[in-house]
Design a protein around this ligand. Structure first.
Ligand code: GRF
Length: 213
């Protein structure tokens, strides 16, 4: 049976595009939901023939009421997996618990470094020699759930936040399809003790993409 995937976006949707192009059978992106009407990713979904819609958070008086409506929209697609792909919202504990073990996020840093925003600038200011992106299961701790896999880039002399972000995005576009395909194939799961690949516990620091591609 096909793995039904809902993707949540806020902006360009380049990670959504990578998933559209690189997901293996038996996966199907059954819906794309944006919280901003101008999110370009909605056009990408439409171009690929995927059901898409906007649920504008500005029409809601609280985080709780928005998340309740969002859950109802997500569940209308009966997903096996919910993929956060540049979805710029802090989620309520109720929503996160509802999708326990079936919600993944991508974060543009080598977690646990640089949770939150402005990750590229912060890596530069810290003088890091390496930077990158991380896929993790979503739990109630912001950018804090069990790590799955990380992709690295070397920080180059003269890098700006923009040049670094562009190279990290190149990595993201290989990293997310890799992790989602693992989930689709039933290889990636969240157990009581952490994320597992092929039944083996993934170390707290996550796997390295370079070892799996
Ligand atoms: C990505 O860099 C992701 O890591 C961050 O938001 C960005 C989304 O980009 N959370 P896109 O919308 O997939 O192009």
């Amino acid at each position: 049976m096909s793995c039904r995937i809902v993707v949540l976006i806020s902006g360009s949707g380049s990670n959504l595009q990578a998933l559209i192009e690189q997901l293996d059978a038996p996966a199907e992106i059954v819906g794309v939901i944006a919280n901003r009407p101008q999110a370009y990713g909605l056009q990408r979904a439409a171009a690929a023939g995927i059901a898409n819609e906007c649920l504008d958070h500005q029409g809601f008086s609280s985080r709780e009421t928005f998340d309740q409506a969002l859950m109802a929209r997500i569940d209308s697609y009966r997903p096996d997996l919910v993929v956060l792909a540049g979805f710029m919202r802090i989620l309520t504990p109720q929503l996160v618990r509802h999708y326990h073990g079936r919600m993944l996020n991508i974060h543009p840093s080598l977690l646990p470094k640089y949770k939150g925003l402005h990750t590229h600038q912060r890596a530069l200011e810290a003088g890091d020699s390496e930077h990158g992106a991380t896929i993790h299961f979503v739990t109630e701790e912001l950018d804090g759930g069990p790590l799955v896999v990380q992709g690295r880039v070397t920080v180059q002399p003269g890098d700006t936040a923009e040049t670094l972000a562009a190279r990290v995005q190149g990595v993201e576009h290989r990293l997310y399809p890799l992790a989602v395909n693992w989930f689709v194939q039933g290889r990636l799961r969240l157990s009581a003790t952490g994320a597992t690949l092929d039944g083996e516990l993934i170390a707290a620091s996550g796997l390295r993409m370079e070892d799996h591609s």
